[in-house]
Design a protein around this ligand. Sequence first.
Ligand code: NAD
Length: 372
Amino acid sequence: MTTHSLLLLAGDGIGIETMRETRRIIDWFQQKRDLKFNIEEGLVGGSSYDAHGTPLTDETLAQAQQSGAVLFGAVGGVKWDDLPFHLKPEQGLLRLRKEMQLFANLRPATVFDALVDASSLKPHLVRGLDILIVRELTGGVYFGQPRGIEMLPDGQQRGVNTQVYTTNEIVRVARAAFDLAKKRGNKVCSVEKSNVMESGALWRKVVQAVHDAEYPEVELSHMYADNCAMQLVRNPKQFDVIVTDNLFGDLLSDCAAMLTGSLGMLPSASLGAPDETGKRKALYEPVHGSAPDIAGKNVANPLATIMSFAMCLRYSFGLIPEADLLEKAVKDVLSRGFRTADIMQDDMQKVSTSEMGDVLLKALEALAFGEF
Ligand code: NAD
């Protein structure tokens, strides 16, 4: 039996509560599906600062580097708001992303039938929606040099940022997108502004070359970023995987997230380069933060963290049937009307964080063994 190593970093606030429910799901898979996880747990964010005086210790970083995947909750909270910048909880996450060189950020936008009315778009446009945005995370205009604000001789100021991509940076994120597409709908749409930006023209040329040389079996199309923003709200179901740069990915993934309607339902992943065995460093986390306004009240929606674990099963451990089973169980509890407060609708049954864990475990049992 293969053992999959997994580091759990719950963090702060509702991260602790949503991770607790996710842990119950992980334990179910160990007990009932003959899977073996080598699980370690660590502190990050404010809880790490309280224990060790830093939002991420070198030891925890080393554990993350060595583990098959990291499952992350959320960090932050008012208690730590006045700390100097380098000690703030959020720095723990930023350091993990940087040191693990997680250059591909994956944001799925999946609409569950039961939540179709939560979307800002008409139901027929989003029913069954399942797209994945792959955003380049460590290059482009947020990091390019030169940058800064300078004083001009005439007394004006000038703000400068530089959009810059090298061939290798484009190749590695393109490969990640093609590999992911092969595990889904086998379609990639590459998005840039090659009509007005040289970096975009290079992006298009390199993505096409990677496709032709290594992934001819995947369907590839190209689209300008402004058109992609329109298409996402006009006809989002035309997409399977979208691959794009850091800036456009930032905007387009938030836009796509809103098609699904709820922050408590959105998982994400960040991947690094594959090693010689093809394994990538990976960190999985909900899109939401630590929600100090509801922390400690057992009302947070744990499904974004639980579905981040489903992504981990699929993309890091190659356990596709298990990922499918977990996602099916989530659909099942929603279609039977169970709702945490954030997604509550008329005539549905309101459940707490831990009750959502209970009904999800029951749904897993029923789907796997036909009992309830
Ligand atoms: P947030 O995502 O924590 O909360 C925004 C709103 O959504 C709040 O009203 C919250 O109650 C609600 N919400 C979020 N997740 C929910 C869930 N699972 N179930 C039900 N309701 C949910 O964002 P914020 O309020 O801007 O930030 C709060 C703290 O989290 C800050 O310290 C911020 O820096 C941090 N933060 C951390 C991360 C991260 O760890 N990746 C991301 C964003 C924000």
